[in-house]
Design a protein around this ligand. Structure first.
Ligand code: HEM
Length: 200
């Protein structure tokens, strides 16, 4: 099952979710590592990998957003209150925005840097800089924006993850399973849509 259904995620949405989640965690660690290493040569290499993966995340996040907008949204499980569901959807919407905003801010950072170091994406081709004026003040500004957005995303994603784990282990509903197995519905409780269809 490739596409989402009324009550379930399809394989493509699931692959996007876990690929970007894994890349995102790796990218935070790589970003921190670039600040910890002492050797300048190693730092240069790590920054090039960090930029390459950032562009990969940006591309995947744009495709994912396009796919999500063109897909059905799996329905609200029956045991989710309207408020909890709205909160979950707001968090997910903000993650969509942040997945794009963090790498875009990184792109603005390298584009405004007075060092003007090119980005060699995966050592294969050069990604052009954005047409922004270079200055130390602009570079400083975009570095702060990039860092704070990255930490903000980590915080929002951690809340999102804890909520998913709470539902799985504490409430025992099928919400996490929906994101692990294509076509899996919330098995214990069904969805609001299913309830309406059954006339309950
Ligand atoms: C271990 C970590 C994570 C877990 C356990 C997790 C779990 C889940 C689950 C269960 C859903 C589906 C909710 C539903 O059925 O409606 C979901 C959706 C989503 N997650 Fe995660 N997630 C994790 C990490 C992340 C990260 C790091 C990001 C982004 C940086 C992310 C972004 C999203 C988005 C945008 C959706 C909405 C998908 C859609 O409906 O189009 N998640 N997540």
């Amino acid at each position: 099952m490739l596409r989402n259904r009324d009550n379930a995620y399809g394989l493509i949405a699931i692959l996007f979710h876990w690929t970007i989640a894994a890349l995102f965690v790796g990218q935070i660690l790589l970003g921190l590592a670039t600040q910890w290493v002492a050797s300048l040569a190693l730092q240069f290499t790590l920054i090039q990998w960090h930029k390459s993966f950032g562009f990969l995340i940006l591309g995947l996040a744009a495709l994912r957003l396009f796919w999500a907008l063109a897909s059905r949204r799996p329905a609200r499980p029956r045991d989710f209150s309207r408020t909890e569901w709205l909160a979950a959807k707001l968090v997910q919407a903000s993650l969509y925005v942040l997945m794009l905003a963090v790498p875009l801010a990184g792109w603005a950072l390298v584009s405004t840097s007075t060092l003007g170091v090119p980005t060699f994406a995966f050592n294969m081709f050069v990604i052009p800089h954005l047409p922004l004026a270079r200055s130390e003040a602009a570079e400083h500004f975009w570095r702060d924006v990039h860092e704070w957005l990255a930490y903000g995303t980590a915080l929002v994603a951690a809340g999102h993850m804890l909520a998913a784990l709470r539902h799985h282990f504490w409430l025992g509903d099928g919400i996490l399973k929906r994101m692990l197995q294509p076509g899996a519905e919330s098995p214990n409780r069904g969805t609001v849509k299913g309830q309406k269809a059954a006339g309950r």
